[in-house]
Design a protein around this ligand. Structure first.
Ligand SMILES: Cc1cc2nc3c(=O)[nH]c(=O)nc-3n(C[C@H](O)[C@H](O)[C@H](O)COP(=O)(O)OP(=O)(O)OC[C@H]3O[C@@H](n4cnc5c(N)ncnc54)[C@H](O)[C@@H]3O)c2cc1C
Length: 456
């Protein structure tokens, strides 16, 4: 079968679906080709036995004007749900017990998480010289500006929670670009944050609240709303052997569904898959060009949804708890979705979401379900709810969960730019670049839709 389409998007995760929708707003209908049987990528919600759990991200942060725009555009089809006030509180594990992360100077002074020396060092942060190494790791930058205990008991668990990564391997400029810019532009994080807060903001920027959010009924409803807006007829699922080949100044994208091969003629092809999939999609691009553009380590993650019909354990009055690597536990962190969102567990019960693995313990992905369950029971029993078996345990393994933006990122972005210049109409998007959070994905999609619209 042969079809003529102008724009093909490969991958129907948040990036691909948002891109299709923003292109539609410009008047372009794109065809989205997805290899799994359902759109949404890692954002999938399951309702089972009175629990509503996520198998991918549990929460997002309203962190860019683009996400505000997307959520506004989906109103009527999907209702965003802001986390309850408990969502601002986070626990950090220290010597096998949960301690609230300080949220002000008084709690900061009395917390056991940081040494007295580092607590006072923070006061000197605005007066410390900015760094000069553009490839400085997040770990080195933290120790230089704030101290080792801040690295161990604030930044390390924070990086586990976001990147499932190791602060020593992530490069600040690429992994935390906003923080890097604060130091470079204002000389200090504290000074920079204060000055930035005083800058005038557009109406859209004023809505960037940095609040934690989900969608009512889970993120599956957000991606379903995007499918509805994009038009389900423009999305092909269960597409195998997706392959792009040049055809004169255009491209032929072929794929197979249920044994039937389809070829699509397009002038624009956008990949929104993880970087590890890209070389296979564009076999005509020489290895010497594609390898440097796509070489990025992905953290492996195991997520375990754990449900209790009745909960009388530790008071779940927070977003969740993060575990510093120094504590040597088998989990990276545990979220309390039913404490901050409605309808995630039966009345009086609780839903927890345990994260394991990451770059520091990738081997967890290979453990059997039984081994993972035993580790999860131990973690919950010992710190949250002794002597109570859960009513629901569901394990999801992500072999390529989160890309790690390390020191080669700049060279990788250059290699991507060369490919996009050499093969006009090809765009290599997705989470290998421009940020890993949902808000970043939507920002990339919206920006790229504008670029494609002006390029064609
Ligand atoms: C476990 C987990 C927890 C997370 N937690 C958070 C969080 O708390 N907050 C936050 O902001 N972000 C979080 N993230 C990150 C966020 O979810 C992702 O950045 C975002 O959802 C990625 O969307 P995407 O479309 O770029 O990629 P994906 O969702 O991976 O979508 C890519 C799509 O491409 C398809 N595909 C791949 N190869 C091919 C091929 N060869 N042919 C056709 N299709 C293909 C895939 O099947 C997939 O559907 C988390 C991610 C994970 C995995």
């Amino acid at each position: 079968m042969e079809q003529k389409k102008q724009i093909v998007i490969i991958g129907a995760g948040l990036t691909g679906l948002s891109l299709a929708w923003y292109l539609k707003k410009y008047g372009h209908t794109a065809l989205v080709i997805e290899k799994t049987h359902t759109p949404g990528g890692v954002m999938q919600t399951v309702s089972e036995g009175g629990f509503v759990y996520e198998t991918g991200p549990n929460t997002g942060v309203i962190g860019t004007p683009d996400l505000v725009d997307l959520l506004g555009g989906l109103s009527g089809s999907c209702t965003p749900e802001r986390a309850s006030r408990r969502g601002v509180k986070r626990y950090i594990m220290y010597k096998e017990r949960w301690h609230a992360l300080p949220c002000g100077p008084v709690s900061g002074l009395f917390t056991p998480l940081f040494s007295m020396r580092d607590k006072f060092r923070i006061l000197g942060e605005p007066f410390r010289k900015p760094g000069t190494d553009p490839y400085e790791s997040v770990a080195d930058m933290t120790v230089r500006r704030m101290g080792r205990t801040i690295l161990n008991y604030a930044v390390n668990p924070f990086i586990s929670g976001i990147y499932a990564g190791d602060p020593a391997k992530l490069t600040t400029q690429y992994a935390l670009p906003k923080l890097y810019a604060l130091e470079q532009n204002y000389g200090s994080f504290i000074k920079g944050a204060i000055r930035k807060a005083r800058l005038p903001k557009t109406d859209e920027e004023k809505q960037v609240t940095r609040e934690i959010f989900s969608a009512e009924g889970g993120f599956g409803n957000l991606t379903s709303a995007l499918v509805e807006k994009t038009g389900a007829e423009n999305i092909v699922c269960s597409a195998q052997n997706v392959c792009v080949e040049p055809a004169g100044k255009r491209y032929t994208v072929s794929y197979t569904v249920n044994g039937q091969k389809t070829s699509v003629d397009a002038h624009t092809v956008v990949s929104t898959t993880g970087s590890h999939e890209i070389a296979g999609l564009f076999p005509f691009i020489p290895k010497a060009e594609i390898t440097p553009a796509t070489s990025v380590e992905y953290a492996k993650l195991v997520q375990v949804a754990v449900g209790y019909n009745k909960w009388t354990g530790f008071k779940l009055d927070a977003f969740g708890g993060l575990v510093p690597a120094r504590e040597q536990r088998s989990m990276l962190g545990i979220l309390f979705p039913s404490a901050i969102f409605k309808g995630r567990a039966p009345e009086g019960g609780a839903l927890l979401s345990v994260f394991m693995g990451g770059v520091q313990k990738p081997e967890v992905l290979e453990y059997t379900d039984n081994e993972i369950e035993k580790l999860v029971y131990y973690e919950i029993e010992s710190s949250l709810y002794p002597g109570q078996a859960p009513d629901l345990v569901r394990i999801t393994r992500h072999s390529h969960a989160i890309p790690q933006y390390g020191p080669n990122t700049g060279r990788r972005l250059d290699a991507i730019a060369i490919i996009e210049q050499r093969y006009p109409g090809i765009y290599l998007a997705g989470n290998g670049r421009d940020g890993i959070a949902m808000a970043d994905r939507v920002k990339q999609a919206r920006t790229l839709a504008g670029k494609i619209n002006s390029d064609i």
